[in-house]
Design a protein around this ligand. Structure first.
Ligand code: ADP
Length: 580
C-alpha cells in the first residue's frame, strides 16, 4: 500500500522531470533544425542562381564581342578587299591575335559561294546557299548558329554577319573553337558534382557535359530543362538513373541556347546531412542525459521522502511513549506526595511511641524482658522503614522534577566514585570493565547533585548499551576520567562500543532522537543531559568513531570553596556569582 504510494509518486515526479525539460529541448532542436535546413537550401539555390547569372552574362558577352569583331572587320575592309586571299590572311592573323577563339574566317558572295577562306580546312569554293546558317544570316543580318558538322564534318558553330555591297550583298563568317567555348562554360565548380553545359532548343549538347554528354548528342532529360521561362529557373530534377539534382537554367543567345547548371542533391545538401547527423547525436545524448538525471533525482527525492516519513513515524511512536512516561511521572509524583503525608504521621507517631516507652521504662514501669526488647526493636524498624519510604518518595519527586534544583558545591572527586559504585554491580554482571581515572586536583563545581547524578547515569547507561551491542558479554570497556583544566572541571565518559554513525552525530542531543528499538529508547536521555549541563553553565561535547567507540566530555565551571553555601536557582548564574 505504502510502496504503491511511493511508486505512483515516483512515476509522477519522473514524468514531470522528463517532460518539463524535454518539451522545450525538442522544440528548440526542431525549430533550429527547421531554420537551419531552410536557410541552407536557400543559400544553395541562391548560389546556383548567382553562378548561372554570371555564366549566362559571360557567354552572351563572349558572343557579342566575337560578333563585334566580325562587324569591325566588315566595316573597315569591305567585300572586294576581303575576297583577296592575302588581304583576308592578314585580317585573320590580326583577328586571331586579338581573339584566339576564331578557328577560321570566310567570305561568301550573295549566292552562298565561299569566295575566300582562311583556316585549317579546305572549304574555299564550296557552295553554302543551302546551309541553314547562310539563309538565317541573310534574313537577320547577324547570326550565331547552333553546333553542327558542316562540310568539315567536325562539330562547330559559326558567327556570321551579312553586309550590303559587292552586288547583292555578302557575308563574313567566323568559326568558333568549340573546345575553347566549352572551356568557358565548363569552368563552373560547385561542390564535387556541380556542372554547367548548354543545350540547343532540340536538346542537343552545345558544350560537353562533364558527367557524360558529347557535343551534338541529345540529352535524354532535355524535356525537363527546355521549359520556356524568363530569367532564371531553379528546380529539383530526378534523372532516369534516380539521381537527384538541384538545377538552374537560363535562356541565352536570344533564346536559342539554354544554359544549365546543376549539382547532385546529396552533394549540394551534404552539410544538411552532417547537420541531421549532428542533431540526432545531440538529441540522443541530450535526451539520455535528461532521462538519466530525472531517474537519479527521482530516486533520490523519493528515498528522501521515504526516510522522512519513516523518521516521522518513529518520532510519533516516541512521542506517544514519552507522553505515557510523562503521565506515569505525573502519577508517581502525585502518589509520592500523597504517601508523604501519612508517612510523616507514622514518623510522628513512631517518635511518640518511642518517647512514651522511654519514659515508662525510666519510671520502671517496663520489665527488662525479651518481649519488651522486641517491641522496642519493632518501633526502631518502623523508624528505619519510614525513613526508607521517605527517601523513595523523595526520589520519585526528584524524578518527576517537581523539585526546584538545589545547587551546592560538589566535590566531583568524591561524588563520581559514589555514582560508579551504584552501577558497578550491573557493569560486572554484563562483563564490562568500568574504570575511573581521577587526576590529583579536580576543581569543585556548583551543581544540583541529583541532576548531576542523572547526567552521569544517562551517559553510563548509554555507554553500557553501546558496548553490550558491540561486544556482548565480554570485551566491553567504559572509562570515566576526571581532571581539571584551568578553572574548569572536565568529566569524560568513553567507551569502546558501537560508536555513532557520522550522519547521526549532530542529532544525538535532539529530543526524541534514538536508534534504539521502540520501548527501549526514548531519545530523551542526552537532550536532558544537554539541558542540565547548560543550566549549570557548562558544555557537553561528543566524539565518536563508527564501530570504534564514543566519548562524551562535560566541562563545568569550577567554584571557590567559600561559595559552598546551599542555594536555589539556576546553577549557571550562581556559578558566575560565586566566581565574581
Ligand atoms: P536513548 O538512549 O533513549 O536512545 P539518548 O538521548 O540517551 O536516547 O541517546 C540518543 C541516541 O544517541 C541513542 O539512541 C544512541 O543511538 C546514541 N548514543 C548515545 N550514547 C551513545 C554511546 N555511548 N555509544 C553509541 N551511541 C550512543
Amino acid at each position: 500500500m505504502r510502496s504503491g504510494r511511493y511508486d505512483a509518486l515516483k512515476k509522477k515526479i519522473l514524468g514531470v522531470m522528463i517532460l518539463v525539460p524535454i518539451v522545450p529541448f525538442l522544440l528548440v532542436l526542431l525549430t533550429g533544425y527547421h531554420f537551419f535546413t531552410n536557410s541552407l537550401q536557400k543559400t544553395t539555390i541562391s548560389h546556383l542562381e548567382q553562378i548561372i547569372d554570371d555564366h549566362s552574362r559571360l557567354v552572351d558577352l563572349f558572343l557579342a564581342e566575337r560578333t563585334k569583331d566580325l562587324e569591325l572587320i566588315a566595316e573597315t575592309h569591305g567585300f572586294e578587299e576581303l575576297r583577296r586571299p592575302e588581304a583576308l590572311a592578314e585580317v585573320f592573323a590580326r583577328l586571331r591575335a586579338r581573339s584566339p577563339a576564331f578557328v577560321d574566317l570566310g567570305v561568301f558572295d550573295a549566292s552562298g559561294m565561299h569566295v575566300a577562306y582562311q583556316g585549317p580546312y579546305d572549304l574555299a569554293g564550296r557552295d553554302y546557299c543551302e546551309a541553314p546558317w547562310f539563309r538565317k544570316v541573310r534574313e537577320q543580318g547577324r547570326f550565331v548558329s547552333d553546333v553542327f558538322l558542316g562540310f568539315r564534318n567536325v562539330p562547330h558553330f559559326v558567327i556570321a554577319i551579312a553586309r550590303e555591297g559587292g552586288g547583292q550583298g555578302w557575308v563574313l563568317r567566323g568559326t568558333i573553337d568549340t573546345l575553347l567555348f566549352t572551356d568557358i562554360v565548363e569552368k563552373v565548380r560547385v561542390g564535387k558534382t556541380g556542372e554547367a553545359y548548354i543545350l540547343d532548343t532540340d536538346g542537343a549538347f552545345q558544350t560537353e557535359r562533364r558527367s557524360g554528354g558529347n557535343l551534338l548528342e541529345s540529352d535524354g532529360e532535355a524535356a525537363a530543362y527546355l521549359v520556356p521561362h524568363e530569367g532564371i529557373r531553379t528546380f529539383r530534377h530526378e534523372d532516369a538513373r534516380g539521381e537527384k539534382y538541384v538545377c538552374a537554367t537560363s535562356w541565352m543567345n536570344e533564346g536559342s541556347w539554354l544554359l544549365v547548371v546543376r549539382q547532385e542533391e546529396a552533394d549540394a545538401f551534404r552539410a544538411l546531412d552532417d547537420a541531421i547527423r549532428l542533431t540526432l547525436l545531440i538529441s540522443t545524448i541530450g535526451l539520455g542525459a535528461i532521462v538519466a538525471l530525472a531517474l537519479y533525482l527521482t530516486h533520490h527525492i523519493v528515498r528522501r521522502m521515504e526516510r522522512v516519513d519513516e523518521e516521522k513515524g518513529r518520532l510519533n511512536q516516541q512521542l506517544i511513549v514519552a507522553g505515557r512516561l510523562a503521565e506515569i511521572g505525573e502519577m508517581a509524583a502525585g502518589l509520592a506526595h500523597e504517601i508523604n503525608n501519612p508517612l510523616q504521621i507514622i514518623r510522628v507517631e513512631q517518635t511518640l511511641i518511642e518517647t512514651l516507652l522511654g519514659e515508662i521504662r525510666e519510671e520502671g514501669g517496663l520489665p527488662d524482658s525479651d518481649r519488651v526488647k522486641e517491641v522496642l526493636d519493632s518501633v526502631r524498624q518502623i523508624e528505619v522503614q519510614t525513613k526508607r519510604c521517605g527517601k523513595i518518595t523523595q526520589s520519585l519527586l526528584n524524578f518527576a522534577r517537581r523539585k526546584e534544583p538545589v545547587t551546592e558545591v560538589v566535590d566531583l572527586a568524591r561524588f563520581v566514585p559514589e555514582i560508579l559504585e551504584m552501577v558497578a554491580n550491573k557493569a560486572s554482571v554484563d562483563g564490562i570493565a568500568l574504570d575511573l581515572e581521577c587526576a590529583s586536583a579536580v576543581p569543585r563545581v556548583l551543581a544540583d547533585s541529583g541532576q548531576l547524578q542523572q547526567v552521569l547515569l544517562n551517559l553510563l547507561n548509554n555507554a553500557f548499551d553501546a558496548v553490550g551491542e558491540m561486544h556482548g558479554g565480554q570485551g566491553g570497556r567504559v572509562e570515566v576520567a576526571l581532571r581539571g583544566k584551568g578553572d574548569t572541571a572536565v568529566l569524560c565518559v568513553s567507551d569502546n562500543g558501537t560508536g555513532i554513525a557520522l550522519e547521526n552525530l549532530e542529532k544525538v542531543f535532539t529530543p526524541f532522537f534514538t536508534t534504539k528499538p521502540v520501548g527501549r529508547g526514548t531519545g530523551l536521555g542526552l537532550s536532558v543531559c544537554y539541558a542540565i549541563v547548560k543550566s549549570m553553565g557548562g558544555s557537553i561535547h561528543v566524539d565518536s568513531e563508527w564501530r570504534r567507540g564514543t566519548s562524551f566530555t562535560i566541562k563545568l565551571p569550577a567554584v571557590e570553596p567559600e561559595a559552598g553555601a546551599k542555594k536555589s536557582g539556576p546553577a549557571a548564574a550562581q556559578a558566575r556569582e560565586a566566581k565574581g
